[in-house]
Design a protein around this ligand. Structure first.
Ligand code: FES
Ligand code: FES
Length: 133
């Protein structure tokens, strides 16, 4: 049912934890199942994501997609991070079963929410970033 990459990121998730005084923090819930994810971004003066950590209270697919999403945004610029969609995360994991696609939305939404938080704190606008629901 799950690809090897999904199993790998589920059993050995990368970047789990918190960042104190993070540049941006985003917390989102999945309306479909009630699972929750929080992401912490450490963004330097050049707008590069130096560090990222996450906590997910959710299913295995949510953990695996969160883990892969953090790997994909690490070291990237804010604008590049915006392009890390749930589709990109799923592709990087070699796919998810159809019933688990909604789980991958958590990571994308949490990254966007954390970027929004960062922009608000800095008093800047990030082009293409929509206010989280
Ligand atoms: Fe959240 Fe499955 S519904 S763990
Ligand atoms: Fe809830 Fe996967 S079943 S996030």
């Amino acid at each position: 049912m799950y690809t090897q990459k999904v199993m790998d990121h589920f059993t050995n998730p990368r970047n789990v934890g918190e960042i104190e005084n993070a540049s941006g923090v985003g917390t989102v819930g999945n309306a479909k199942c009630g699972d929750i994810m929080r992401i912490y971004l450490d963004i330097d003066d050049n707008g590069i994501i130096n560090d990222v950590k996450f906590k997910t209270f959710g299913c295995g697919a949510a953990v695996a997609t969160s883990s892969m999403a953090t790997e994909l945004v690490k070291g990237k610029s804010v604008n590049e991070a915006l392009k890390v969609t749930n589709k990109a995360v799923m592709e990087a994991l070699d796919g998810l079963p159809p019933v688990k696609v909604h789980c991958s939305l958590l990571a994308e939404e949490a990254i966007h929410a954390a970027l929004w938080d960062y922009a608000e704190k800095k008093g800047i606008q990030i082009e293409g970033l929509e206010k989280p629901k």
